[in-house]
Design a protein around this ligand. Structure first.
Ligand code: SF4
Ligand code: SF4
Length: 305
């Protein structure tokens, strides 16, 4: 049995229950803060930065003024176009502490492995009866490698099924330390063309592709392709992805996930601009064409998670 450091700490921004799309059965998902990529279509922008971050939902605001009094940096003003001046704000969270309606909210909480396991235990019976388990997601769980590893070890000690949603962007050492404690890894392949990948995600894809080859040797790998207009919604890029996927041990199915805008409103809550505004959705016809290309390359193909 592996000794677990239950005092290891990390930052999560949510623990979601009853998910059915992120691994087998019914899953509970600790969402990790921090991601080395900055995908322009990211639907969890509150996950991207490692530190806790202030969100403002103006629909909930009752204009009581408690936050303006509490802010030590005079970063909040009713006359400011975004209410919070993000240049002045240092994310101290004092405004969120006094806001009576949770219009202001800090996303991100430091937690120990022991505290997360306590929260996950509530679903233990469900894990056993419904064949579910725990899926680490984010953000990128591998940006907090010690916390992720100890949490996974603790789950394994309890006999729970473990999964991870990962970009696979991490040092080789981290992959080798963490993946032996993971039953299923779910990953996105966004593009094979290195220029396209760097332009739309901010990072080179060489490390990712090398790591996927490693991960497929260690655990079960599920490959998903987010189909993004102007990035990879063409036969050439999808063909290149299938050529690479042929090298991945045990992978015989690709999932095509159509671009969506579910996370767009969160950019406004964070005082940011959504990078892909005015981007049209992918048509059903286009998705079927890309599916046919994947199948022509010898894979099963499923549209959706
Ligand atoms: S997080 Fe701190 S600095 Fe930022 S607006 Fe709130 S009180 Fe002011
Ligand atoms: S404390 Fe909350 S409800 Fe009151 S003005 Fe600030 S954001 Fe609005």
């Amino acid at each position: 049995m592996n000794e677990v450091n239950y005092n290891a700490e990390g930052t999560l921004f949510n623990i979601q229950r009853y998910s059915i799309h992120d691994g087998p059965g019914i899953r509970t998902i600790p969402f990790f803060k921090g991601c080395p990529l900055s995908c322009q279509w990211c639907s969890n922008p509150e996950s991207q930065r490692l530190k806790p971050e202030l969100m403002f939902n103006k629909i909930r605001c009752v204009h009581c003024g408690k936050c303006t009094d509490a802010c030590p940096r005079q970063a909040i003003a009713f006359t400011h176009p975004y209410f919070v001046d993000r240049e002045k704000c240092n994310q101290c969270g004092e405004c969120a502490d006094v806001c009576p309606t949770h219009a202001l909210e800090m996303k991100g909480t430091r937690m120990s492995v022991a505290q997360v396991i306590d929260a996950l235990k509530k679903e233990e019976t469900l894990f056993r009866r419904a064949g579910g388990g725990v899926t680490l997601s984010g953000g990128e769980p591998l940006t907090q490698p010690e916390f992720a590893r100890e949490l996974l070890k603790a789950c394994k000690d309890k006999g729970w099924h473990t999964a991870i949603e990962t970009t696979a962007y991490a040092p080789k050492r981290v992959i080798k330390e963490i993946f032996p404690f993971i039953d299923v890894a779910l990953t996105d392949i966004k593009a094979i063309n290195p220029f396209i990948h760097k332009r739309y995600t901010g990072v080179d894809n060489r490390i990712i592709l090398e790591n996927l080859l490693r991960i497929a040797q260690i655990t079960q790998l599920v490959v998903r392709v987010p189909v993004i207009p102007g990035v990879n919604d063409n036969i050439e890029e999808i063909h290149a992805i299938t050529e690479f996927a042929k090298l991945l041990h045990g992978v015989d199915t690709l999932h095509l996930l159509a671009y969506h805008t579910y996370g767009e409103n969160k950019y406004a809550l964070l005082g940011r601009i959504y990078p892909m505004r005015e981007t049209a959705l992918v048509s059903e016809e286009k998705m079927e064409q890309l599916k046919a290309e994947v199948e022509a390359q010898g894979f099963h193909c499923q549209i959706g998670g």
